[in-house]
Design a protein around this ligand. Structure first.
Ligand code: ATP
Ligand code: MG
Length: 357
């Protein structure tokens, strides 16, 4: 298995905690505030969808206040230049709208448009040690896949920047994939240490929780983590034919009989899970139904399920894409709201640090 090092970092504990959180959300959605985001490095894919996007929409629809970040500065963590930035930002916002993030209820904004958020990075950096940053398994994995020959300061410190992303709006719930768990730990550490050092007995920041979905690590067609930048993704906006072609080429294994065994047969099981998520059924059942049909039958079934599931999303996306002004308007309003929130938080931070003159 091409595992993510974050595997070892308490995924099962985070899953148990997520189940507990789901109960609390159902009882009182007003207690929660969500922040999540994505880097504008390409179109969103099925890993994003079942790892985090679906949860964002569900939480939004339950009445949880939701902030969605277009992480444009963080594009530069693993490359020298943010290529096609304007185009990718537009693609990202169109994906958001197509899956059901509603800009009337959720705040969609960009890093580079919110100065006060970025300013939080300075005090936050002072709260973590270089050794702690060095230990982060997701950063190590991303460095291994980076397009840069040398590790930049931004790559090394971006989990702290993510702490600023989450804490600028005092979010306490972060629906993410498994790779984000080590970053969430850093955010919790930053919040705790800030409160201890400057809070004077009060809690300036919450310690946010990760909310994992049933697919915290969907695999791509090569058997590694499905990822925009690794050429192994099926994007939400792919055509039905492209989807079929990509899935036909997906890695499986030598055993004909299909089973659901995520540890022993990660590639086959990820495809089974994908079909089950799209069909709204149980992966074990999908595997049993395919049985001796083998990899070809599995791929046919997944293709049909994915294309059927995504058809309305793809249609909505195409309709939104007709109106080029829409994305600008969504971001303008979202940036304004995010700035108001960030200014208020920075004011609290400066007051706590006795830096108001
Ligand atoms: P890039 O390769 O440019 O880093 P990415 O595909 O890894 O892109 P991100 O923008 O880094 O996507 O991640 C956005 C969110 O989607 C994060 O919460 C992350 O955990 C989640 N996510 C990304 N890929 C997957 C996946 N394969 N399975 C589950 N969740 C995922
Ligand atoms: Mg990534």
């Amino acid at each position: 298995m091409s595992s993510t090092p974050a595997d070892t970092l308490g995924t099962s504990a985070a899953q148990a905690r997520s189940a507990e959180l789901e109960k609390q959300i159902a009882e009182d959605p007003g207690r929660f505030r969500v922040l999540t985001g994505d880097r504008p490095t390409g179109r969103l894919h099925l890993g994003h969808y079942f790892g985090t996007l679906h949860n964002r929409v569900r939480l939004q629809d339950l009445g949880v206040e939701t902030f969605v970040l277009v992480a444009d500065y963080q594009v530069l963590t693993d490359r020298d230049v943010a290529e096609n930035l304007t185009e990718y930002v537009e693609e990202l916002v169109l994906d958001y709208l197509a899956i059901g993030i509603d800009p009337e209820r959720s705040t969609i904004f960009a890093h580079s448009a919110v100065p006060a958020l970025n300013q939080l990075l300075l005090p936050f950096l002072s709260l973590v040690s270089v050794a702690e940053l060095n230990r982060n398994p997701t950063v190590k994995d991303e460095i291994a896949h980076s397009r840069q020959s040398a590790v930049s300061g931004l790559m090394f410190t971006y989990p702290v920047h993510q702490a600023a992303d989450i804490l600028f709006c005092k979010a306490n719930l972060v629906p993410v994939g498994q790779d984000q768990l080590p970053h969430l730990e850093i955010t919790r550490t930053v919040a705790r240490r800030f409160n201890d050092r400057y809070g004077n007995g009060t809690s300036v920041f919450p310690q946010p929780d990760a909310l994992l979905s049933d697919a915290p690590l969907l695999l791509g067609t090569d058997g590694g983590k499905m990822s925009k930048s690794r050429g192994n993704a099926i994007s939400l906006s792919a055509t039905a034919d492209e989807t079929a072609r990509l899935l036909r080429g997906a890695k499986t294994d030598a055993h004909r009989h299909i089973t659901y065994d995520p540890t022993g047969r990660p590639e086959v099981s990820s495809l089974v899970l994908l079909a089950a998520l799209c069909e709204g059924t149980d992966p074990a059942r999908v595997a049993e139904e395919i049985g001796d049909g083998g990899g070809a039958a599995l791929k046919r079934r997944v293709t049909e399920a994915v294309n059927e599931y995504l058809a309305p999303i793809r249609a909505r996306r195409a309709a939104y894409a007709e109106d080029r002004r829409l994305v600008r308007d969504v971001l303008r309003v979202g940036n304004e709201r995010a700035n108001a929130v960030a200014d208020a938080t920075l004011k609290d931070v400066r007051a706590a640090m006795h830096a108001t003159y």
